[in-house]
Design a protein around this ligand. Structure first.
Ligand SMILES: [Zn+2]
Ligand SMILES: [Zn+2]
Length: 346
C-alpha cells in the first residue's frame, strides 16, 4: 500500500509517500481502508520529534475514517463494510478509569495512533476495536475523520472538564483551529458567550460564523487587558487554553474570581511561570483536558450529524501533499482542518 512515512524527525519535507507492506489485523482488530485523515497540530509536534513514544520510521495521523475491509479473529460485533473513525488513543476497557468512563486516561493501554500504532497517513490502517467509533451512514468521510479530535475534544474540554454553564462568558485562545471552532460552537449551543482570540485578521470571519460574540486579534501576548475591557472589568468565568505556554499567563489573568482555566493545547511544548498568589486569592481552577473518550466520540458524531456543531474542514488535499499541509499549518495559514485523501487503490 501507499503511505506517507516519516523516516527522520524534522522538517515538513521529511514526510514522503512510499510503498510499504499491507498491515494485517490481529485479534480484536480491524483493517480499515482509510478514506480521509485529518492533519492536526499534534502531528506537527510529533514530526518534529517532540513526542517521546514515537519511533521512526513512523506513519503519523490519529484522525482517520474509513470502512472496515477485514475483521481480525475473535472480533465479534464487527463486519466488513462497517464505517469507523478513530479515537486519538487506545484504552483497555477494563481498568478502574475505563470502567468510570475516563478511558482517555487509561494506563494499561495508552497506545496513540501515529505514535506506537501506525496512523492514518496511509491507504490502510489496523485499528483495535476499542480505538474506533461508528460513523453515521451519510456523513462525509472528511467530516467523520475530524469529528473526534475537533468536536470530540471540544466536548471533553468544554462540557466534561470545563462544566460550561448557560450565561457564562468563555475565553478561547487559538480559537480558529479545529478544536477552537468546535469549542466556540459548543459553548454557544450551551448558552455561553464566547470571546475568541486568534492570531490573524483572516481567521476572524470563521470565528464570527462559528458564533463568537467577540473576536480579539492578537499575535502578541497582551490580550488580558482587552478581555477585561470587553467584560466590563470582570474577566471571564471559564477559559479554554488551546495555545498553551505562550498565552497561559494572559489567559490566567483574564479569569474572573472563581474562574476555571481548561488547558487542552500546548503547541510549542513550553513551560510557564505561575504566580500561586493569583490562583489563591481568586480561587482559580486549572484543569487539564486530554483527548476524547469513546462516549464523547459518539456525542461528537451525533452533534455533527444533527448540525449543532458544523465541521470546518477547510480543504481536502491528496495524501502525497502531507508535507505541504504541515508547512501550511505551521505557518498559521489554515482556519479549521486540512484533510488528507489517500490515492485510489490500484
Ligand atoms: Zn488531532
Ligand atoms: Zn483502562
Amino acid at each position: 500500500m501507499k503511505a506517507v512515512v516519516l523516516r527522520e524527525f524534522g522538517a515538513a519535507s521529511n514526510l514522503r509517500m512510499e510503498s510499504v507492506a499491507m498491515p494485517r489485523p490481529g485479534r480484536g482488530e480491524l483493517l480499515v481502508r482509510v478514506r480521509a485523515c485529518g492533519v492536526c497540530y499534534h502531528d506537527v509536534i510529533n514530526r518534529r520529534g517532540n513526542l517521546p513514544r514515537t519511533h521512526v520510521p513512523a506513519i503519523l495521523g490519529h484522525e482517520a475514517a474509513g470502512e472496515v475491509v477485514e475483521v481480525g479473529p475473535d472480533t465479534p460485533g464487527w463486519k466488513v463494510g462497517d464505517r469507523v473513525a478513530t479515537l486519538q488513543r487506545m484504552s483497555c476497557g477494563d481498568c478502574a478509569l475505563c470502567r468510570t468512563g475516563r478511558n482517555s486516561l487509561c494506563r494499561k493501554d495508552n497506545r496513540f495512533f501515529g505514535e506506537e500504532l501506525p496512523g492514518g497517513y496511509a491507504q490502510y490502517l489496523v485499528a483495535p476495536v476499542l480505538g474506533v467509533g461508528r460513523v453515521p451512514e451519510n456523513m462525509p468521510w472528511e467530516v467523520a475523520a475530524t469529528a473526534c479530535c475537533t468536536t470530540g475534544t471540544a466536548v471533553h474540554t468544554v462540557r466534561t472538564r470545563g462544566r460550561v454553564q448557560p450565561g457564562e462568558t468563555v475565553l478561547i485562545t487559538g480559537a480558529s483551529g479545529g478544536v477552537g471552532l468546535s469549542a466556540v460552537q459548543l459553548c454557544k449551543a450551551d448558552g455561553a458567550r464566547v470571546i475568541a482570540v486568534t492570531s490573524g485578521e483572516a481567521k476572524a470571519q470563521a470565528l464570527h460564523e462559528a458564533g463568537a460574540a467577540e473576536v480579539i486579534i492578537s499575535r502578541g501576548l497582551d490580550f488580558a487587558a482587552e478581555v477585561r475591557k470587553r467584560t466590563g472589568g470582570e474577566g471571564v468565568n471559564m477559559a479554554v487554553e488551546i495555545v498553551g505556554s505562550a498565552t497561559f499567563d494572559q489567559t490566567l489573568k483574564s479569569l474572573a474570581p472563581g474562574g476555571r482555566l481548561v488547558v487542552v493545547g500546548n503547541l510549542e511544548s513550553g513551560v510557564v511561570n505561575l504566580n500561586p498568589g493569583l490562583v489563591i486569592v481568586k480561587e482559580l481552577e486549572i484543569i487539564g483536558a486530554y483527548a476524547t473518550t469513546s462516549a464523547e466520540l459518539d456525542d461528537a458524531l451525533k452533534l455533527t450529524a444533527a448540525g449543532t456543531v458544523r465541521p470546518f474542514v477547510s480543504e481536502a488535499v491528496p495524501l502525497a501533499d502531507a508535507g505541504r499541509a504541515h508547512f501550511r499549518l505551521e505557518n498559521r495559514e489554515i482556519a479549521g482542518r486540512l484533510v488528507l485523501i489517500p490515492p485510489d487503490l490500484q
